[in-house]
Design a protein around this ligand. Structure first.
Ligand SMILES: [Zn+2]
Length: 90
């Protein structure tokens, strides 16, 4: 049950949903899913980029939560410039 259709690709290649290109299967990382080994739907660079974006998004969510609920003197892990940037949004 694929949630997004891939266009037909030549044998030994796989469609990357990140850069939308048919790439050799070696360019994809493997992961295990319910005891089976499946390859990722994005190539290694796209996966790294996606993870980086998720990390940045998580940090921003954490920072905005902290700015709202934690007094300034008790805050940890929020960079000063991000702190001021979020405060100026309000
Ligand atoms: Zn890719």
């Amino acid at each position: 049950m694929a949630n997004k259709a891939s266009p037909p690709v030549p044998e030994g290649r796989k469609w990357c949903h990140g850069c939308e290109t048919a790439l050799p299967v070696e360019r994809f990382a493997k992961r295990s899913c319910r005891g089976r080994t499946v390859s990722q739907s994005r190539c290694r660079p796209c996966l790294a980029k996606q993870k980086q974006e998720q990390r940045v998004a998580a940090r921003e969510r954490f920072a905005s939560w902290t700015v709202r609920y934690v007094p300034r003197r008790k805050r940890v892990g929020v960079p000063e410039e991000l702190d001021s940037a979020l405060l100026s949004l309000r």
